[in-house]
Design a protein. Structure first.
Length: 118
């Protein structure tokens, strides 16, 4: 049980680190909070809320993974390196791709909600 409690502590430390070091993560958290609050204010259905929540989790998780991979790359090779640059660019594309996908999901959900609302 102690091991499980410690693992939660390490996870919280990881979240604190990403929050402190990554402005994009903070921005995404604020946007996520605003979208979730708006979803509750607009009384989204369960399926609409589920789509929003999955999207939020995907974007924030992608940003955490991106940060971990970038930090690992910087530790392995602190100097400019074409392969490390390719890895970092690919991770940035991963976050961007998920972010664009969640924007599309958000637009679909919000538009569907408003079309059914009026």
């Amino acid at each position: 049980m102690i091991k499980v409690i410690k693992s939660f502590g390490w996870a919280i430390n990881g979240i604190k680190t990403v929050w402190r070091e990554e402005i994009n993560f903070r921005l995404e958290c604020f946007i996520a909070l605003a979208v979730i609050i708006l979803a509750f204010i607009l009384n989204f259905s369960f399926s609409e809320l589920l789509a929003v929540m999955i999207s939020v989790v995907l974007v924030l998780t992608a940003e955490i993974i991106n940060t971990a991979v970038e930090d690992l790359c910087n530790k392995i090779e602190p100097n400019q390196d074409p392969l490390i640059g390719k890895i970092k660019d690919t991770m940035a594309a991963f976050v961007l791709f998920i972010s664009f996908g969640t924007v599309v999901i958000g637009l679909l959900v919000f538009c569907h909600h408003f079309l059914n609302y009026f």
